[in-house]
Design a protein around this ligand. Sequence first.
Ligand code: FAD
Length: 436
Amino acid sequence: MSINIIGGGLAGCEAAYQVAKRGIKVNLYDMKPNKKSPAHHSDKLCELVCSNSLKAARKESAAGMLKEEMRMLDSLLMKCADKSKVPAGGALAVDREIFSNLVNEEINNNPNITVINEEVTEIPDGITIMASGPLTSDLLSDKIKTMFGDSLSFYDAAAPIVKFDTVDMNKAFFASRYDKGDGDDYINCPMNKEEYDNFYEALVSAERAPVHDFDVMNPKVYEGCMPIEVMAQRGHDTIRFGPMKPVGLKDPRTGHRPWAVVQLRKENSAGIMYNLVGFQTNLKFPEQKRVFSMIPGLENAEFVRYGVMHRNTFIDSPRILNSDYSVRENKNLFFAGQITGVEGYMESASSGLMAGINAAMRYIGEQTVTLPEYTMIGSLSRYISDETVSKFQPMGANLGVLPELEQRPRDKKERAKAYSDRSFAKLTEFINSRGL
Ligand code: FAD
């Protein structure tokens, strides 16, 4: 008997390697080269569809920490990335051809892996990992939709998320409209008329990200999540009567209702991250930083995720998956990669790594594993399966998903180092105790 893996992208290849190295046979399916998504061009497996950067190299950064944890867990993709790296300042960038060739060589020469170039249109029986990515083919998406109903999204229309401890609470205040709900569910950033007018002008004139042909929006999906800058263009006060309406709120500092309000809603149960309610946007990232930092209270806010609007098939993992990437209703079915709502090349690969280890554990009848919450990989798997996350948006590696440090150095670099030191120590302990 073999383990099936659907999709030979970043997550699928990493998962296949992890299963195969545990002595278990794998059938790895990919529809390439017979059929390709609009973003895939190469005939080979493990294609980097856009940038060749795998983000920050420094271990004392969220992205660097994730990659180091993957190295500690014998990641195939990290081995190939380290061998194919090209100079890129502080980032780990790769020669995409060499990177993909190295991965393909490993996969094709592995006696435990059989690559099958076929579009999968049914979810197979037996232990299976679904890693068909953000551009999963339509027929397979339909099957996933039949299984999970409306819990499958086709577009990612996400608002930016900021780290709570970087919001200036001398300007912003906690309150729910008409005092409904828990005290810290919403943070309100109040604006007076002048602040609103300046913000409005900056918002409508800010530079937008290009829309790709495969991002063409399905109007039905799109209507409910119009970009804030597009809504703003309808009229000077449209957003003041929409997401920025001040009704039911009183600024405790003035005792009055503000002219306009930006509300931030708690993103995770720990309250470390907050999202800007109704602020899904297609502005370029530096423009988001510039314009949204004009919001009173967010002048120095750290954005753990910028808003995006693009085609992205992903399941509502907090309602569907366990933290070991298995489906709650079917323990033999795993999901991995961007389709689980992790965001980014290496985040996708890291979930493939964990799904691969856990599918192998399931195969040999052992308990599956979730890495400690202090690790980036463990925190991401907990975040995507956290039932308290209500409006689920995909998430990349960032320090906001980690539990707070017991002692927080004031210096940003030292703080990042403390997070990574803690992660590597906990992961070493875990690897030794579980024999991973
Ligand atoms: P993929 O790498 O896409 O792999 C999925 C595989 O499944 C593909 O090979 C596909 O052919 C196959 N497949 C799909 N349907 C079927 C089927 N029915 N049967 C068989 N095979 C199937 N992240 C970054 O960090 N940096 C970026 O610059 C970046 N740019 C992106 C640009 C675009 C246009 C998109 C869509 C995403 C981008 N991402 C980026 C996000 C994400 O990191 C990548 O999409 C990443 O490749 C996801 O890995 P994956 O393994 O989940 O999916």
